[in-house]
Design a protein around this ligand. Structure first.
Ligand SMILES: Cc1ncc(COP(=O)(O)O)c(C=O)c1O
Length: 381
């Protein structure tokens, strides 16, 4: 049997990784400025993460949600404390798409409406309603298009004012849009849609799957707007590579046995992975590190000729060039052994390194990127 060919693959075969370094089968080290798509939060193979998982694996790896699992309570308490959402409740699942699917479903159970407002450029995952709320027709099959979704422009107050009304079940918005090329809703816009949602009984879902877990320097990208979302979805960095998804649920949502469910969600290993990630973020002040190194990268990259825009916050950075960025990414990979991410905007590359990246590694990146850009701007003779 062959694998179903849906991914364009980089010509690299990693066999081990440590911190921000990924080593391939030929012993070549790569600097990971992509973080496996914002998944690697506390660094590859962090000793506390590895030891916690090994210890748990020796005890019990899995049982379903038919029994009591105190690790879920420990994780809920830790997540509440670190995020400031102590009154919210926690539902655990396995991925970002599943978290958003459950959030959209819960909204509809709650207000018995079905219309969804999402934003141009959005990405929320590939399951039924999550992909329907994703602004990309190429990944929506006919079966997904039965959902009632309207896409409106980000940061457009006038349209949001008109469209968010008593017929809308949920507004779903990314803390910072990732796939679109690191595009940020303004603080004022988040505050405005939060107010509109409250006035109309619409559920506000903050998708922090990519922008959450400390990546921007704040635990959630929307934290600095001061709003409180009804539902917050998480995945990626929460497990540092161990699959886990989460929905943080405001107290007004009524839980009922059987309302939501999953076989694997919240299992012992997933909880252990997430608990150790939160412990490492706190022990090593990784939100502070993300802010500091992010600030350095933003200001240095902005000065490099050929760069037209640097967007995002902390270690979620979009770098927009004058032209298509594919050649620059290839050169960074082949000549400097550095991973970067792409985006749906052809001119924008994404930087999503682990939160414990060092200043030395950041400097190395800036040097390499600068030399690639210089080469690009020098006409071949
Ligand atoms: C903002 C956002 N939401 C949801 C998802 C889907 O997450 P998953 O791939 O874990 O289903 C992604 C994945 O890239 C994402 O960036």
């Amino acid at each position: 049997m062959k694998t179903f060919n849906v991914y364009p693959l980089l010509p690299v075969t990693p066999v081990s990784a440590k911190g921000a370094i990924v080593t391939d089968e030929n012993g070549i080290d790569y600097l990971d400025f992509y973080g496996g798509h914002a998944v690697i939060s506390v660094g590859h193979s962090h000793p506390h993460y590895v030891n916690s998982l090994k210890t748990q694996l020796d005890k019990i790896a899995f049982y379903s949600n038919a029994v009591q699992n105190p690790l879920q309570e420990i994780l809920a308490e830790k997540l509440g404390k670190i995020s400031g959402y102590e009154k919210h409740f926690l539902f655990l699942c396995n991925s970002g798409a599943e978290a958003n699917e459950n959030a959209l479903k819960l909204s509809s159970f709650h207000n018995e409406r079905k219309k969804i407002i999402a934003f141009e450029g959005s990405f929320h995952g590939r399951t039924s309603a999550a992909v329907a709320a994703t602004n990309d027709l190429t990944i929506n099959a006919k079966i997904n298009l039965q959902h009632e979704v309207e896409f409106i422009p980000l940061n457009d107050f006038g349209i949001a004012e008109k469209k968010i009304d008593e017929t809308v079940s949920a507004v779903i918005i990314e803390g910072i849009q990732g796939v679109a090329g690191v595009v940020e809703p303004t603080i004022e816009f988040l505050q405005f849609i939060s107010k509109k949602c409250k006035e109309t009984g619409t559920v506000l879902i903050l998708d922090e799957v990519q922008s959450g877990c400390g990546r921007t320097g704040d635990f959630f990208a929307h934290t600095k707007s001061g709003i409180e979302a009804d539902l917050i979805t998480m995945a990626k960095g929460l497990g540092n590579g161990y699959p886990i998804g989460a929905v943080l649920i405001a107290p007004q949502f009524q839980a009922k046995h059987g309302l939501l469910g999953t076989t694997f969600g919240g299992n012992y290993l997933a909880c252990t992975a997430a608990i150790s990630v939160l412990e490492i973020i706190e022990m090593e002040s990784l939100q502070k590190n993300a802010e500091l190194i992010g600030h350095y990268l933003h200001s240095e990259i902005f000065q490099i000729p050929g760069v037209t825009k640097v967007s995002g916050r902390g270690l979620m950075i979009g770098v927009t060039l004058e032209d298509n960025c594919a050649g620059v990414r290839t050169q960074l990979l082949n000549e400097h052994h550095i991973f970067t991410g792409s985006s749906s905007c052809k001119k924008t590359l994404r930087l999503l390194p682990p939160l414990n990246i060092t200043m030395q590694q950041a400097e190395l990146f800036v040097k390499a990127f600068s030399s690639v850009m210089k080469k690009q701007l020098t006409p071949a003779n």
